[in-house]
Ligand binder design. Structure first.
Ligand code: AMP
Ligand code: ZN
Ligand code: ZN
Length: 452
């Protein structure tokens, strides 16, 4: 008897120890993509009942690639849910960081502050560049409340398997899990697959720890689009590779049997570049200016006005505006990080302030580019596909501005969205509950979406 009792006690202790070890182990992540873990506590009781949103971005996946290249898996998601056959409108400028931040904050770039991939801040006397790890991870560059910070602030856990801004503390929060972006490895097949494995591993965590909002970012087909142009076979192959990647992700998500809304977007499209570099310093004396790409930052008002006058009407390939007169439809006339004057291409032209310094190679422009006003260059339009328990089946939407994704995703998660430039009414027709009743704070119980 005594022996049996001892054996039971030892066995019990062993099981407790194994259980503790299991819990301490955390999710079974793919070693190709280790994640940083931030202890933000468990999901609140209400958050545990909320649905899930997996937001996928395919960089530079132009709105028309899916039909053009027969991306059957993306088109199937669109048929099972909703999609934008004529594209989604990126915010100006149609660049990667500005638009990724817009998608998760609902703010135009001039409001979230990341007005270009690289820019200068005249007030800080400092530069931001996506290749500068120190700047990218410094939350003081960013304004607005990214969806992961919104969720974390309302008791809901999140994960970012890459997303511009996700490695910084913004609005007082970080995602509970996030990956450190490594340009050298992120596009390898191992790390492409690891996003899927990590997402699934996180979704297998117990209710209290499982993230409800997960971002997944892929840098293709943007890279091929730049190098070979949007119509090249290499770009088409990259688009189809991403279509297969999304199919794999969807199959893996389906196996979890969790109520997941899958949202697949891109940040912008891609246009074939026409002509050689247009170099602004050939038209205007830029001595004393800070320049970043085509952006111009003067020391004095006199310099701003002088360069504006020098650039005005010298070319049909660009317009020049004093900052406050940038057309309001572009939402880019308020933030001094945009520079002043502001030069805007009228077509798919490659514009730069200055040629590289002597000694550095002056390479011709890429075959493909983006950044343009989608009204002037419709090839800038982005992709939008979504399906899941909160989304109606078989509906298409007309082109809409990507600021509207934020209140829409917040609604699906049952979060009270922060103030933004987006409007839930724009996409409410794609929701089974039509966007109402009013979004529930995660502190309250989630209203179940209407049954079909
Ligand atoms: P562009 O196509 O010129 O707008 O730039 C896109 C670049 O951003 C690509 O080279 C990506 O590899 C890079 N990129 C995407 N996400 C991140 C990130 N989270 N951190 C740093 N760079 C990134
Ligand atoms: Zn991009
Ligand atoms: Zn790009």
């Amino acid at each position: 008897m005594r022996f049996n009792g001892l054996r039971r006690a030892v066995l019990g202790l062993l099981l407790v120890a194994l259980g503790l070890a299991g819990a301490a182990q955390g999710p079974r992540l793919n070693p190709a993509l280790p994640l940083v873990h931030v202890d933000n506590g468990p999901n609140s009781a209400a958050a545990q009942k909320a649905h899930y949103v997996v937001l996928v971005s395919l960089d530079g996946f132009r709105w028309d690639y899916a039909e053009r290249d027969h991306a059957t898996h993306l088109l199937a998601i669109g048929r099972q849910g909703v999609w934008a056959p004529e594209g989604m409108l990126p915010s100006f400028p149609s660049l990667t960081f500005p638009n990724h931040l817009t998608i998760v904050t609902g703010l135009y770039p001039e409001h979230h502050g990341i007005v270009a991939n690289s820019f200068y801040d005249p007030a800080r006397h400092a530069r931001y560049a996506i290749s500068d790890d120190k700047a990218v991870t410094d939350g003081s560059w960013y304004s607005g409340v990214p969806l992961w910070s919104l969720a974390e602030s309302q008791g809901m856990r999140t994960a970012c398997l890459f997303w511009p801004g996700s490695e910084a503390e913004i609005a007082g929060h970080r995602p509970t899990w996030y990956a450190r972006f490594d340009a050298k490895t992120q596009a390898t097949d191992a790390v492409l697959q690891a996003r899927i494995d990590d997402a699934v591993a996180l979704l297998k965590l117990p209710d209290a720890e499982r993230p409800h909002f997960i971002t997944v970012y892929y840098s293709e087909p943007d890279h091929e689009g730049h190098k070979y142009g949007p119509d090249a076979p290499e770009t088409r192959a990259a688009a189809l590779k991403m279509d297969v990647m999304v199919a794999k992700l969807k199959a893996a998500l389906d196996k979890t049997h969790l109520p997941i809304d899958l949202v697949v977007v891109s940040d912008h499209g891609m246009a074939k570049v026409e002509g050689p570099w247009i170099t602004l310093e050939t038209f205007a004396d830029l001595r004393g200016f800070e320049t970043v790409g085509p952006l111009l930052y003067a020391q004095s008002e006199e310099d701003r006005q002088r360069v504006y006058n020098q650039l005005k009407r010298v070319s049909s390939q660009f317009m020049v505006y004093r900052l406050k007169y940038v057309p309001p439809a572009l939402h880019g006339n308020e933030n001094p990080r945009m520079g002043d004057p502001v030069v805007i291409a009228t077509g798919p032209y490659a514009i730069r302030a200055q040629a590289p310094p002597t000694g550095k190679p002056d390479l011709p422009p890429n075959a493909g580019a983006h950044g343009y006003d989608p009204k002037l260059v419709p090839q800038m339009k982005a992709s939008f596909f979504a399906e899941g328990p909160d989304i109606v089946r078989g509906k298409t939407v007309k082109p809409f501005e990507n600021v509207n994704l934020y209140p829409w995703m917040a609604h699906m998660l049952g979060l009270q969205a922060a103030k933004s430039d987006g409007d839930l009414n724009i996409l409410s027709g794609t929701l089974r509950d039509n966007g109402g009743p009013a979004p529930q704070a995660a502190g309250e119980d989630k209203v179940e979406p209407k049954k079909e």
